[in-house]
Design a protein around this ligand. Structure first.
Ligand SMILES: Cc1cc2nc3c(=O)[nH]c(=O)nc-3n(C[C@H](O)[C@H](O)[C@H](O)COP(=O)(O)OP(=O)(O)OC[C@H]3O[C@@H](n4cnc5c(N)ncnc54)[C@H](O)[C@@H]3O)c2cc1C
Length: 383
């Protein structure tokens, strides 16, 4: 059954027409049958459509690993509460999704057994999301006030907020945020500090050129702005039971979830050894290296290795490159993944990678080529 589901889904994905048809038919059927649902979604549905594919792809790729699939769907259900989506909305979506799958498939080879297989899968998908949405005790979203906005580079800002009440996230998790300058456009950001009883939270944001939300965060955020933050997501964490030391690799603002975990570990008496590689194109892209050096100086289990592709800062950021404090690892030159892989196989470590989707993919590839087994590597979804 799994192989038939996979084959039918990949036949839909194999053509641009199939992809467009699936997402378009799903949303048009849903809104035709339930016009009141339209207001729950942003005006432009491009990102929603993309995420629908990614979610289906993830589920279908991982059907053998039920725990993973159910955990993912439950997080998705909790996350969708930020749009005002509740359990009852999911049952209404089931028919639209089945119609969309059927409609996108080549009709001549659609069979009754495929209808059964897809109906069962859609039932599982939507039931799990509905249950998780209905049974979550946490608020759907927290209000938070911006208390600091520091532009460290032309295209990068650190934003500090105080939530109306503490948000119980685990160090390493990310949250969905909505800013007043871009209503109803939610984006994921990783918390750069562990949770605390005062509701303080910090995000590191890089401006993506042509993006809707990140330029507004970097250029327009003001102290006093009110943000909405929704349920914590993701599972980047140090496995303490397995006994393995840790390799963390972060590029640009991708250091945020690693930094939060290292700060959290610094409050514990015993920790595994952590090698933290921090990379960027220019030395100035290692914008938080001083904090990481401070953490390393006071925590002997932590080794920080700075890496940059260029040795000097660019002309548009004419600031001297800081020297590492005595005794700490000197900065290495090269592409982050390749530099880490130069050290050989990391087969004895638990590994976390954080950064842009392109950086994560190339780093995974470099590590695997160097003999590191892929099952040791964790990263957030490449949305
Ligand atoms: C789990 C997770 C955690 C994240 N944590 C952070 C974080 O801590 N800090 C942070 O700054 N960002 C983080 N992001 C990325 C963030 O959610 C947004 O995708 C990013 O800020 C761009 O949003 P936008 O609205 O400006 O661009 P959009 O309007 O969404 O996209 C505009 C265009 O830029 C492309 N694009 C989007 N992101 C990137 C990218 N990173 N590199 C190159 N092209 C891109 C899109 O494909 C699209 O073509 C995280 C993403 C995920 C999935």
């Amino acid at each position: 059954m799994i192989s038939r589901l996979r084959a039918s889904f990949s036949s839909i994905l194999s053509t641009e027409q199939g992809r467009t048809r699936l997402a378009t038919t799903f949303y048009s059927t849903l809104f035709a049958e339930h016009p009141e649902f339209r207001s729950l979604f942003p005006a432009a549905l491009d990102q929603q459509k993309h995420r629908l594919f990614q979610a289906l792809e993830f589920v279908i790729d991982n059907l053998e690993d039920q725990d993973r699939v159910l955990g993912f769907l439950a997080q998705l259900g909790r996350d969708h509460r930020k749009y005002g989506v509740e359990g009852r909305h999911y049952s209404a979506s089931a028919r639209a999704l089945l119609v969309a799958v059927q409609d996108s498939f080549i009709r001549a080879i659609w069979t009754p057994s495929l209808t059964t297989a897809w109906s069962e899968l859609i039932e599982l998908l939507l039931h799990t999301m509905a249950d998780a949405a209905d049974n979550d005790d946490l608020p759907a979203a927290w209000g938070a006030t911006v208390v600091g906005h520091q532009r460290l580079l032309d295209d990068l800002a650190v934003v500090r907020l105080e939530a109306d009440s503490p948000i119980p996230y685990a160090a390493g998790q990310y949250l969905s945020v909505q800013i007043p300058q871009r209503p109803r456009l939610w984006r994921y950001l990783s918390a750069a500090i562990p949770t605390n009883p005062y509701g303080q939270i910090e995000f590191h944001v890089r401006r993506v050129s042509g993006g809707w939300v990140s330029p507004a965060i970097v250029n327009e955020t003001q102290v006093g702005d009110r943000w909405l933050l929704s349920s914590p997501l993701g599972g980047l964490e140090v496995d303490r039971a397995g006994g393995r030391d840790v390799l963390m690799i972060g590029s640009g603002t991708g250091i945020a979830p690693l930094r939060a975990q290292v700060m959290d570990m610094a409050m514990k008496a015993e920790n595994p050894r952590v090698h933290l590689f921090v990379g960027g194109k220019y030395p100035c892209d290692l914008y938080d290296i001083e904090t990481l050096w401070q953490l390393s100086l006071s925590n002997p289990w932590l080794t920080v290795v700075p890496v940059s592709e260029e040795n000097e800062n660019p002309w548009w950021h004419a600031v001297p490159v800081p020297d590492e404090p005595p005794g700490l690892h000197r900065r290495l030159q090269g592409r982050l993944g390749q530099v880490v892989a130069r050290f050989g196989s990391w087969a004895d470590r638990q590994i976390q990678i954080s950064g842009s989707p392109a950086m994560i993919k190339t780093t995974v590839y470099a590590l695997q080529s160097g003999g590191t087994p892929p099952e040791l590597i964790r990263h957030d979804p490449l949305v």
